[in-house]
Structure formats: C-alpha cells, structure tokens
Design a protein around this ligand. Structure first.
Ligand SMILES: [Zn+2]
Length: 54
C-alpha cells in the first residue's frame, strides 16, 4: 500500500499513513497520533524537493 505524508494541525507535526488508494480517495485520513482529521497532504512538498535536482 502507498504511504501518504501529512502535516497534522492538531499535533503540529508531520505524520505518515499507509492507506489503500480507495481509502485515500474517500478523504478519510486520520492522524495516527491524535486521531484528528486536520491533515494537510505533503505530496506537493515531496515532489518539489525531488525536482530541484538540476
Ligand atoms: Zn495529530
């Protein structure tokens, strides 16, 4: 299963979740630390880091 990275507004830190794509598509991600739903995806950050390799 793919790993998704989020920033949790409740914990104020980055968390990772392993979810199936269908779970992710439902937008049901919850924080593994606090169980909250205030998660911001960090996918954009991840890709911008890898594309800087020039
Ligand atoms: Zn949290």
């Amino acid at each position: 299963m793919p790993i998704y990275e989020y920033f949790c507004e409740g914990c104020k830190k980055e968390v990772t979740r392993t979810m199936s794509i269908s779970e992710h598509d439902k937008g049901n991600a919850t924080c593994p630390e606090c169980g909250g739903r205030s998660l911001r995806p960090l996918v954009g950050t991840f890709f911008s880091q890898t594309s800087r390799k020039s």
